[in-house]
Each structure stands twice: as structure tokens, then as C-alpha cells.
Design a protein around this ligand. Structure first.
Ligand code: H57
Length: 441
């Protein structure tokens, strides 16, 4: 978990960049797609216990050469960027972030810097980043790329996250006295590839991940190249910070918003604008076998609501399959969220974090940007027939269900509000009540 000091201040530039679209968007799709998608959690009959299928090169102890043999057969023939973008659009998603290069080092775009990419290295030969960026923009979706700027298991010079990732397994051909040189890797691959992405594609956001051995000076090289080509492109905090620990004020010039821990759902309101990298399942990459399960419908909607009410976006991951089709269970769960948003979207999009001091025990609270409308998300329907709100520093002028506009009976005594509710919830996941206020909060 992150620790946030209340006095941290994002730069005016970062706030302005976020306000262009990001703070209103709330719901994005994260996509983990690559060579590992085709393995689907299994290599040579072995299903490693580690839950993330995108880590199979390490968890199945594959050398880089062995992984290359799999990469050479990567051929997602059913990939249809327009079909993906339409599915996301129909589910209420506002932006898409796809792995342009994960820790395995394999790029999903046409790179002049390294031919270890989908166009030059595989029979598929199509530029997935180009096709998907264009399809997303045609649908009016913002488009972002994940890029692993520090870890790269294909490059002997790149640093590793932990001791389980062994250079001697990935690169047995290296002499024993091999001295890795991180800056040589940055200057020869990761920095020039980020420059290619910025120059050659329409990119609205870049999602760096796992900044092992990332100093301020190194991270600044990346933020400078992003700012040089695409001044409006958002940068996430993992350019320099991991998904845990303390955020430093002096690093806030390097990024625009904070990525909290993987699959972390914020439980209290947060001082900086955040994004939660969530997933529909226990893995990010597609997994057909092994230690793996999906979230339920109710979990999905509650996770989105809590994230938004704490002051952030949910970047909800799906792992497409090796044939290029989306995972049907991910599509189904996105659809459930999308159907709920079609009725209740006003309580999510363009809202701001809960302005009251506490989160109520029956659910959570968001507020319209102008502070005039509170949205009460009743996540646990009360058996008692009523819910209460304490410490409400404004008079209520009207209360109604967002889904059908029907009035909700209430009594207000000072800062104490009681709402009388029917026996049954209007929605099995989250029934939203909107309160009009006489004073903006
Ligand atoms: O891309 C997703 C997510 C957004 N961040 C990545 C993940 O792949 C980083 C996750 N880091 C997880 C992690 C922490 C320790 C090691 C992995 C094999 C056996 C054990 C490990 C790997 Fe561990």
C-alpha cells in the first residue's frame, strides 16, 4: 500500500493534463497481451504456481532462447482491433491501456530499435499498437501504452525485481563475470523505444511499471522524452515509484497521477488523484489452467465504486487469448459493469471523491463536480428499511433513485439524515440515490 502525505502537491501542469479527460473518465480497460497469452499459464506441460501468466518466462524458468521459440510462433490471427474497441466502448470504458512491451521484452509495435517485436519476429507481422490506437480513437476512446522501462528479461543489462529472476537461467550463454550495465540498456533499448512510441503513434497516456533501480535522473530521461513529443500525454507514478511505499514530493514533476498497488482497492479517500490497476481475474495475462479465478459481478461493481468514491479511476484488466480474441468471461464481466453504468453512469463519470469525513457502512459516496449532488451508493441493502448519513453539512432539497427518478422519503435533523427505503434493492449490486443539496460540498 502507498503512504500519502496530505501536504503532497501535484504540479499545476499535471493537474491541468489530468483535467483534460482523465479525472472525468473513471473507467479504463487495461490489456495484457503478448507471447505469454499464447502459453495461457502452461509451458511444456508444466503449470507454475505463480498466479500471473505474464510472468511465465520466469516462473517456468525459461531461457531467453526458449522463449524466443515461442515468440516465433505468436500468431493471433483473430485479432480485430475494431471489435475490441467496440466491446470496450459498449461497456462504458473511456480509455484503453495495452502492454506495448511487458517484462519479457517483446514489443507489440513495429520497432527499428529492436527486431524482437510482433512485426519483425512473428508470422503475424501486423502492428498491434498501431491498429488498436486507431480503432480506439475511432470509437472516441483515449489510448495508452504500458511500457516496462526497467525490467526486460531479454536484455542481460536490465535489472531484475527479485532473486527468483536469475540472469543465469535467462541468459546461460553469458560469461560468469558478466557485468550488467543498466544505463547501456536504457540508452540502447528502453529510452529509444519510448521515443518511437511517442513519435510514431497517437498516445494519450504511458503506463510505466516496476521501476527497479530507477533513480530520479534515469526517470527524468523518460519523462523528458514523453513531454518533448507529446506534452499532453499522461505519465503514471511507476516511472519512479513502485505500487507501495512513500511518494516523494520531488518526484511529482516526473509523473501526473499515482498508480496504487496492483489490484488494490482504496478504502479511504486519497489526497492525490489515483488509478487502481485492477483485473477481472487473479492474473493479468490470459490463463487457461492453474491457480486462477475470476471476480464475481458484484465484486467488480463494488471495486469500481469504492475506487471512484476514494478519488480515482479503475483501470480494469483483461487478458486476451493467444488467438487474438478477447477472453469471453472478461467480456461478460465488462458487459455487466457496462449495463449498470448505462443506468447509473451519472454517479461515476465526472464525479469527485466522497466529500464527507467518513465512508458509510452501507456503501460509499461520490459527488458531482459542482458539489451540488451527492450520490449514495447503497452496496449493502438495509434490512431495517432505512439508512443514515451523519455529518452532512448541507441541507437536502430532494432525494430520488437515480435508476427511475422516484422520490425517496427522508428526514433531516441538523447534520443527521435518515432515508426510508423499500424492502428490496432496485439493483443487485448498487442502488444509487441522488441527493440535491442547497449548498455545494
Ligand atoms: O503487469 C502486471 C502488473 C500491472 N504489474 C506487474 C504485473 O505483471 C508486476 C507484478 N510484479 C509482481 C511480482 C512481485 C514479485 C514477483 C512478481 C515468479 C515467481 C515469483 C515471482 C515471479 Fe514474484
Amino acid at each position: 500500500e502507498y503512504r500519502f502525505a496530505d501536504e503532497l502537491q501535484q504540479t499545476p501542469d499535471s493537474i491541468a493534463r489530468q483535467e483534460q479527460w482523465f479525472r472525468d473518465a473513471k473507467f479504463g480497460a487495461f490489456i495484457h497481451f503478448g507471447v505469454y497469452s499464447a502459453l495461457a499459464g502452461e509451458y511444456n506441460g508444466v503449470v507454475p504456481g505463480f498466479r500471473y501468466s505474464e510472468w511465465i518466462q520466469v516462473s517456468a524458468k525459461m531461457s531467453a532462447d526458449e522463449y524466443h521459440e515461442v515468440a516465433k510462433t505468436f500468431n493471433p490471427v483473430d485479432f480485430d482491433a475494431d471489435a475490441w474497441a467496440k466491446t470496450f466502448k459498449d461497456s462504458g470504458i473511456q480509455y484503453v491501456v495495452i502492454t506495448s512491451k511487458h517484462h519479457d521484452g517483446f514489443a507489440l509495435f513495429d520497432s527499428m530499435v529492436s527486431d524482437y517485436n510482433v512485426v519483425d519476429y512473428t508470422p503475424f507481422k501486423r502492428d498491434i499498437i498501431k491498429e488498436l490506437s486507431e480503432a480506439c480513437h475511432r470509437q472516441g476512446l483515449k489510448f495508452g501504452v504500458y511500457y516496462s522501462h526497467a525490467q526486460d528479461w531479454d536484455e542481460p543489462d536490465a535489472p531484475y525485481l527479485n532473486t527468483r529472476t536469475k540472469r543465469s537461467i535467462l541468459h546461460p550463454e553469458l560469461p560468469e563475470d558478466f557485468e550488467p550495465d543498466f544505463d547501456r540498456y536504457i540508452m540502447s533499448k528502453s529510452l529509444p523505444q519510448v521515443e518511437e512510441l511517442m513519435k510514431n503513434y497517437e498516445i494519450d497516456l504511458i503506463w510505466f511499471d516496476t521501476p527497479v533501480e530507477m533513480t530520479f535522473e534515469r526517470a527524468k530521461l523518460f519523462s523528458d522524452v514523453v513531454r518533448k513529443y507529446r506534452p499532453n500525454c499522461l505519465i503514471n507514478s511507476r516511472i519512479i515509484h513502485r505500487g507501495k511505499g512513500k511518494i516523494l514530493q520531488e518526484n511529482l514533476e516526473l509523473f501526473d497521477y499515482v498508480s496504487i498497488g496492483d489490484k488494490e482497492v482504496p478504502t479511504k479517500k486519497l489526497p492525490l488523484y489515483v488509478e487502481s490497476p485492477d483485473s477481472v481475474s487473479t492474473s493479468f495475462g490470459y490463463k487457461a489452467k492453474g491457480n486462477h479465478h475470476y471476480h464475481t459481478e458484484v465484486e467488480m461493481i463494488h471495486r469500481l465504486v469504492h475506487t471512484v468514491c476514494a478519488g480515482g479511476n479503475s483501470l480494469l484488466n483483461n487478458g486476451p487469448m493467444g488467438n487474438g480474441q478477447l477472453d469471453p468471461e472478461a467480456v461478460r464481466l465488462y458487459g455487466v459493469i457496462g449495463d449498470w453504468l448505462k443506468v447509473n453512469g451519472e454517479s461515476i463519470y465526472r464525479t469527485r471523491r466522497n466529500p464527507l469525513p467518513e465512508r458509510p457502512e452501507w456503501g460509499d459516496i461520490s459527488v458531482s463536480k459542482d458539489g451540488q449532488t451527492l450520490y449514495l451508493h447503497v452496496l449493502e441493502w438495509p434490512e431495517a428499511g432505512s439508512i443514515e448519513l451523519e455529518d452532512l453539512p448541507a441541507a437536502v432539497s430532494a432525494a430520488s433513485f437515480l435508476a427511475n427518478g422516484e422520490a425517496v422519503k427522508y428526514t433531516q435533523t441538523g447534520a443527521q439524515l435518515e432515508l426510508m427505503l423499500p424492502k428490496a434493492a432496485l439493483n443487485p449490486y448498487d442502488t444509487v440515490i441522488q441527493l440535491s443539496l442547497n449548498t455545494a460540498l
